[in-house]
Design a binder for this molecule. Structure first.
Ligand SMILES: Nc1ncnc2c1ncn2[C@@H]1O[C@H](COP(=O)(O)OP(=O)(O)OP(=O)(O)O)[C@@H](O)[C@H]1O
Ligand SMILES: [Mg+2]
Length: 335
């Protein structure tokens, strides 16, 4: 670079017949032009001789008009590998679905590892992950985007589904059956061979990026699941039945996530597995891996075992005094 500048100054000095090259000054500027998902960097050098601008001296810069890609989904990339222990070939299945551009549905009880699995897969595929927690007010336009207003007028802002479809990434609709019906209609054209997302408000039709994958999850134990998903929607997805991890795996998960000993984790997991047998016999759902981890975390922080079981497991699981008592009796027998 220094050599280049020296050469440049020599040329200017000789063409302008300047005796003292120190009179030559250069002003470097870089113009930034941002287009849809690219930024163009255009470097420019203005020459001044003895303080006077020399617009006739044009300095050419090699590689001018450098183009840099903006990563529109940078904030959705996972920087740290999520801790996940594979249960039963689910990673391979998911990866194949991604490669084949097939949408994926995870079914399973709360707190059994669905979200963690999707995060793990996004990390391993090296793709961004946009997660949307669906609820009854979530509408199609929350997913596609909105027309916004600023000082310069109106502009279109992509919603999470449009972002993932346009730039390529995993879009995870958690508890999809909770969303409004227009959401289901919206995902139809994205989940069959067409892989398109029509944006009604602008008339644009987004052809999904090759790296786009739609992943949805729901808990079949919730009532709304039955009325929520039509056959025509269900039959667009590959489905994977998710469940609590096997005993040995769950012990490892609880141990790793709550820093308790192997034997303490084993006790908690066995206790959790007993409670799962009470499902439909008073409990709507068994104790999730998540709750077992909470109890382990409390124990690790010095909270006594009964208080930990009460506040992390018994109380979140039931409001029924009899069931609550049975859970605590079982805890007393175990510890
Ligand atoms: N196989 C696993 N490997 C590592 N951690 C796991 C695994 N399974 C479950 N977990 C743990 O269980 C916790 C709950 O999992 P997660 O949040 O993924 O549940 P979920 O199935 O998405 O629940 P919900 O339906 O309520 O959203 C995680 O924070 C994680 O610590
Ligand atoms: Mg989840």
């Amino acid at each position: 670079m220094t050599n280049d500048i020296k050469k440049m100054d020599d040329i200017i000095s000789s063409t302008m017949d300047i005796k003292r090259p120190s009179l030559i000054k250069r002003l470097f500027t870089i113009n930034e032009t941002v287009t849809e998902n690219k930024v163009y960097l255009t470097p420019k050098i203005d020459v001044y001789v003895n303080g006077e601008s020399q617009p006739d001296i044009k300095v050419e810069i090699k590689d001018a008009g450098l183009e840099e890609k903006i990563d529109s989904l940078a904030e959705y990339r996972l920087s740290k590998e999520p801790f996940y222990l594979t249960q039963n070939g689910e990673s391979k299945l998911f990866q194949t679905a991604f490669e084949q551009k097939l949408p994926f549905m995870l079914k399973g009880p709360t707190g059994c590892g669905k979200t963690r699995f999707v995060e793990h897969m996004a990390y391993h595929l090296g793709k961004p992950l946009i997660t949307v927690s669906c609820q009854e007010d979530l509408s199609a336009s929350d997913l596609t985007g909105r027309i916004m207003l600023n000082q310069r007028g109106t502009y279109w802002q992509d919603g999470p589904l449009a972002l993932a479809a346009r730039y390529g990434g995993l879009c995870y609709l958690d508890e999809v059956v909770e969303a409004r019906n227009d959401v289901m209609v919206l995902i139809h054209s994205l989940t069959d061979h067409r892989r398109i997302l029509p944006i009604d408000k602008t008339g644009e039709v987004i052809k999904a990026h090759d790296d786009f994958m739609l992943v949805v999850s729901y808990n079949p134990n919730y009532q709304s699941a039955l009325k929520g998903m039509k056959e025509s929607t269900r039959q667009r997805f590959l489905a994977l039945d998710f469940d609590y991890p096997s005993r040995e795996l769950e012990i490892d998960v609880v141990k790793k996530e709550s820093y308790i000993s192997h034997s303490d984790a084993a006790k908690l997991v066995d206790f959790g597995r007993c409670l799962r047998q009470m499902k439909d016999k008073g409990l709507k759902e068994g104790a999730s891996t998540r709750l077992l981890i909470y109890a382990g975390q409390l124990m690790h922080s010095g909270v006594d075992q009964y208080t930990a079981i009460k506040s992390a497991i018994a109380s979140p699981l039931t409001d029924e005094p009899d069931i609550y008592k049975s859970i605590m009796d079982l805890a007393k027998a175990k510890w």
